[in-house]
Design a protein around this ligand. Structure first.
Ligand code: ADP
Length: 403
């Protein structure tokens, strides 16, 4: 089956064509600056062919039209005809408490995703734009929604209820949801396969460290706790998002600086994290470069980041009563040996022993980076959220056939 995987953001659209018979990605691309000046599409085919197109792309519908043209382009595409697309899989950020698994998109599902825009205003409305545009362009092709929150619906109540008046859970469903679910699911499952363990008798801490970051505790194939929460700004400090801190701080700043809710939201989502502390960048590579050149705040941001990751590893080791493994994934987790080393420094007491050489040599590839006698294994596993989405599409469609 050929599945078109779409990840639609406010001004961007990421896409991939995945052949689910092999799991291979045939082509991937990004439409950037939708609705702005100088919109651009960058596409890369499996054989290395790269194509870039600057055009006026005023909406997600126009973006999809362009993408479909490029997918069948004689020179740069991979399909002969659009009819070869068997299904579309959409990444949807928030599925609330309603969706603990992927579903075929129909009017009811669209309505539910719309409803969750109240609790995910920065994500769901833009995911819906992608869904509506794809439905318009490919009306006869089945479309499946895969939710970032679904994998974490297994959290126990004590991990997802917040210590605030319970009435807000009842009234507004305010609780921990967790995100990056497809990534935590993928790397936790892959980890059990690599270590040849039965997934039903296996505990792992998964550290997804990219622009967005989250750490999860996964027990017997189910997420039991995770660092992102009601929104995507909780837990570990991120590129521009704050992570956990005393909630009184934002109330105090809002009062003193007379900030609106929009300004406060922007402060916490776009101006905090690595960028906020360093004043240099949200990009870990630039933070490290600046730190090397003697920038004290960049060094502080780096140290803080690793310290916070380490604290979550500690907390979830206790939650899992001793994990079998720890996995690092996503941009920083896959590519940054320094972050991995510092986040695990001094954890020999609980059975974590890093092989320094292996860790150093591991950039962007799958590898066990702990020593052979390390009680808790440490792995780097490149994530593949698009593959999970494509495989879920197949699962949902097969189940429908069985019904
Ligand atoms: P997103 O959450 O947007 O998918 P990614 O998973 O691509 O983000 O991660 C982006 C982060 O990964 C950035 O902070 C970037 O600096 C970091 N990163 C990418 N390559 C490296 C590298 N070689 N060393 C350190 N950090 C890296």
């Amino acid at each position: 089956m050929k599945v078109l995987v779409l990840n639609s953001g406010s001004s961007s659209l990421k896409y991939q064509i995945i052949d689910t018979s092999t799991g291979d990605s045939l082509l991937r691309g990004l439409v950037d600056r939708i609705g702005m000046t100088k919109s651009v599409i960058k596409q890369k085919r499996f054989d290395g062919d790269v194509y870039e197109l600057e055009d006026e792309i005023i909406s997600h519908s126009v973006a999809i039209e362009n993408v479909l043209k490029l997918i069948v382009d004689k020179q740069h595409g991979v399909l002969m005809s659009i009819n070869e697309i068997d299904a579309v899989g959409h990444r949807v950020v928030h599925g609330g408490e309603k969706f603990s698994r992927s579903v075929l998109i129909n009017d009811k599902v669209i309505k539910a995703i719309e409803e969750f825009s109240d609790i995910a205003p920065l994500h769901n409305p833009f995911n819906l734009r992608g869904i509506n545009a794809a439905k318009k362009a490919l009306p006869d092709v089945p479309q499946v929604a895969v939710f970032d929150t679904a994998f974490h619906q297994s959290l126990p109540e004590m991990a997802y209820i917040y210590p605030i008046p319970y009435v807000f859970y009842e009234k507004y469903k305010i609780r921990r949801y967790g995100f990056h679910g497809t990534s935590h699911y993928y790397v936790s499952k892959k980890c059990s396969e690599i270590l040849e363990k039965n997934v039903n008798n296996f505990s792992v801490i998964t550290c997804h460290l990219g622009n967005g970051c989250s750490v999860s505790a996964v027990k017997n194939g189910s997420s039991v706790d995770t660092s992102l929460g009601f929104s995507t700004i909780a837990g570990v400090m991120m590129g521009t998002r704050c992570g956990d801190f005393d909630p009184a701080v934002i109330l105090n700043i809002m009062e003193r600086e007379e900030l609106t809710i929009e300004q406060a939201t922007s402060l916490l989502t776009k101006h905090s994290g690595l960028l906020g502390v360093s004043g240099v960048s949200s990009d870990m590579r630039e933070i490290k470069n600046a730190a090397k050149n003697g920038n004290k705040r960049a060094e502080l941001a780096f140290q803080m980041f690793c310290y916070i990751v380490k604290k979550f590893i500690g907390a979830y080791s206790v939650v899992l009563e001793g994990p079998d493994a720890i996995v690092f994934t996503a941009g920083i987790g896959e590519n940054d040996p320094d972050v991995r080393e510092l986040s695990l420094k001094g954890l020999e007491f609980m059975g974590v022993k890093i092989d320094v050489e292996k860790n150093r040599s591991c950039i962007g590839k799958e590898m066990i980076i702990s020593t052979d006698d390390s009680k808790i294994k440490v792995l780097v596993i490149p994530t593949n959220e698009e593959l999970v989405i494509a495989e879920d599409v197949v699962k949902v469609l097969e189940e429908m056939e069985d019904e």
